[in-house]
Design a protein around this ligand. Structure first.
Ligand SMILES: NC(=O)c1ccc[n+]([C@@H]2O[C@H](COP(=O)([O-])OP(=O)(O)OC[C@H]3O[C@@H](n4cnc5c(N)ncnc54)[C@H](OP(=O)(O)O)[C@@H]3O)[C@@H](O)[C@H]2O)c1
Length: 350
């Protein structure tokens, strides 16, 4: 039986990979710090949980044992982490390092986490410019992409068969930052209208965790040293994402496109950007990867999970709370309500 170990395997990406492989007949183990984060669907699929901190190098070697067919690292954030991954990768036929599209920079040096949004000419190929490699101790927003570059470099310089995957904005069951929550929560709160900055035209490529899982199985069958973008076959705008969610949840609201310059603090969504940020996934397809589905097909499971979790006994454990640093900026209902009151007549005609 083929054997896989997924470091950080109880998160949104790891659990999708674990489920995909276990369903395909693999023997799968996942690691994490907290056994309470082990999804019940993985237990039901026969996946085993092993408690080990990513910093505990000796125990990681012990867990790895005599060797593996596939090692996937979902908690590799720095060059230092990658040095440990390389040690482990000597004992695996194929290894995957989960990086990010946050590594890419435009001609001005701007990137996904810059104050100034990046401007790319078109879909990003794996050969596009990336940030200079970062310092191990830099935990800033800027540091995330730079440290991922340092990790990628260590992995690829090793000469081992390590596939570096660069996902974009990931969606899937169990997401700790489920970006679609900005619309799903509004539906659950029965908001009368949705305001969309930048006329809802923003595009930042989405990546289904299920599509990452499909690519991981492909690289497991074809080990090699390479970088691969991974994103959905399509790239919906913020407005299209909003419509897919209301359609799926059977809800109607007025859609209000805003010019961002006139209303700088209203209508923000996670997909806001003046210029599209999309990934060229041709290299993955050329390798034989077949997507699990497009955005509309793959995002439904996450959105159903969001709704059922919100209606469960303990939603606070899994869903973003009002003081969440990332989400709070998207939920300024009092300011929205003032806008609705001022524009009531126009809205009632939409
Ligand atoms: N989500 C996205 O939108 C996105 C986009 C691009 C790239 N990525 C990259 O993809 C990778 C996986 O992301 P994800 O979204 O799946 O993360 P996630 O949902 O936050 O899951 C993280 C996983 O790692 C475990 N973990 C965290 N710290 C650990 C530690 N010190 N030792 C051992 N286990 C640890 C967590 O379990 P415990 O907390 O129980 O330890 C969990 O299993 C990351 O490297 C991230 O940079 C993510």
């Amino acid at each position: 039986m083929t054997r896989a170990l997924i470091l950080g395997g109880t998160g949104v990406i790891g659990r999708a990979i674990a489920l995909h492989l276990a369903t395909a007949g693999w023997h799968v183990r996942v690691t994490g710090r907290n056994p309470g984060n082990m999804p019940s669907e993985l237990i039901a699929a026969g996946v085993r949980f092993v408690a080990v901190d990513r910093c505990d190098r000796r125990r990681l070697h012990a867990v790895l044992g005599s060797g593996l067919d596939l090692l996937v690292d979902c908690v590799c954030y720095t060059g230092g982490d990658a040095h440990v991954l390389v040690e482990l990768a000597h004992h695996a036929t194929s290894t995957v390092l989960m990086s990010s599209k946050a590594v890419y920079v435009d001609a001005e040096g701007n990137h996904a986490n810059s104050e100034i949004k990046p401007r790319f000419d078109g879909p990003l190929h794996e050969s596009a410019s990336v940030m200079p490699p970062g310092d191990l101790d830099d935990n800033s927003r800027e540091g995330y992409g730079a440290n991922k570059v340092a990790a990628e470099n260590v992995a690829l310089d090793s000469g081992l068969r390590i596939s570096v995957l660069r996902p974009s904005l990931v969606h899937g069951i169990g997401a700790r930052r489920p970006r679609e929550w900005v619309f799903v929560k509004r539906v659950l709160d029965r908001r009368p209208a949705v305001l969309l900055a930048n006329r809802g035209a923003g595009v930042i490529h989405t990546t289904a965790a299920a599509n990452i899982a499909a690519l991981v199985e492909t690289v497991a069958r074809r080990p090699g040293a390479r970088i691969l973008n991974i994103a959905d076959p399509d790239y919906p705008t913020a407005a299209e994402i909003s419509r897919m969610i209301t359609h799926h949840l059977g809800y109607r609201w007025a859609e209000v496109p805003l010019q961002t310059a006139e209303h700088p603090t209203l209508g923000a969504t996670p997909w806001d950007t003046p210029d599209p940020v999309t990934l060229d996934t041709g290299a993955a397809v050329a390798l034989g990867y077949q997507p699990a589905g497009n955005y509309a097909d793959t995002v439904r499971a996450q959105n159903d999970w969001l709704v059922s979790t919100a209606r469960s006994d303990d939603p606070a454990q899994l869903l973003p709370q009002p003081d969440d640093r990332y989400f709070s900026r998207f939920f300024n209902y009092p300011e929205e309500d003032r806008y609705f009151a001022q524009h009531l007549r126009a809205l009632s005609q939409l």
